[in-house]
Design a protein around this ligand. Structure first.
Ligand code: PGA
Length: 248
């Protein structure tokens, strides 16, 4: 049985005092959950969030990192820096980064490798546009993104990887993929992992759904055969809503 993982992606929201207050408020509400809970917070919240989340079941992640270990890359943050403050997870290749910050399948792959080398667990995002879906290319697009993101990653390393299928047309739009469509797309991704690494790894790998996950659709999405939880944007900013998603 795969564990369920609920990851919040705060994007460019929440000041440190808001992060601290959010974590303090949600901790007692979700303390008994068996699900793994991760909050991917802005860099400026990392330290405060890590301190506040100490001795709780909340893990802290970042939302991006650079692929180089160090050097003259003004404004960038390295994997080693994230690891040094105690970060466990890092989102890589979110569609907003692919769309607005020139992230490519190649940079995603480099970042995944550097993250793993620094003992960070990458949450790798993949997903098709509406146009690609309407043209019947969704499977081709997401399986290719999966393959390229994982190039050169060993079977052993796959144990520390989480994949997140996020159809771009469902992110922040209020349009959720139907649980059936989302589950089917995730099956394509899992089949690709099987083709690359064999059935055992494919059965184990955690694959999340993301795109307008809310308290009132989470249960249906998460009770399908292949969706192992969610990467939650907007609904992860509210204690009440996010705690309900964690507890579904
Ligand atoms: P959303 O964002 O839940 O606000 O649609 C999800 C994401 O971008 O990870």
């Amino acid at each position: 049985m795969r564990r369920k993982v609920i990851a919040g992606n705060w994007k460019m929201n929440m000041l440190p005092n808001e992060a601290i207050s959010f974590i303090e408020q949600i901790t007692p509400l979700i303390k008994d959950t068996k699900n793994e809970v991760i909050l991917c917070v802005p860099y400026t919240d990392l330290f405060y969030s890590l301190l506040t989340a100490q001795n709780t079941n909340i893990k802290i992640g970042a939302q991006n990192m650079h692929w180089e270990e160090k050097g003259a890359y003004t404004g960038e943050v390295s994997g080693q820096m994230l690891k040094s403050v105690g970060v466990e997870y890092v989102i890589i290749g979110h569609s907003e980064r692919r769309q607005y910050f020139a992230e490519t399948d190649e940079t995603v792959n480099k970042k995944v490798k550097t993250a793993l080398a620094n003992e960070l667990k990458p949450i790798i995002c993949i997903g098709e546009t509406l146009e690609q879906r309407e043209q019947g290319k969704a499977e081709e697009v997401i399986t290719k993104q999966t393959m390229l993101a994982l190039e050169g990653i060993s079977k052993e390393q796959m144990k520390n990887i989480v994949l997140a299928y996020e159809p771009i047309w469902a992110i922040g739009t209020g349009k959720t993929a139907t649980s059936e469509d989302a589950n089917n797309s995730i099956k394509w991704v899992r089949n690709k992992v099987e083709e690359l690494y064999g059935k055992e790894i494919a059965d184990e790998v955690i694959i999340l759904y993301g795109g307008s996950v809310k308290a009132d659709n989470a249960k249906e999405l998460f009770s399908t055969t292949d969706i192992d939880g969610g990467l939650v944007g907007g609904a992860s900013l509210k204690v009440d809503e996010f705690s309900k998603i964690v507890l579904v």
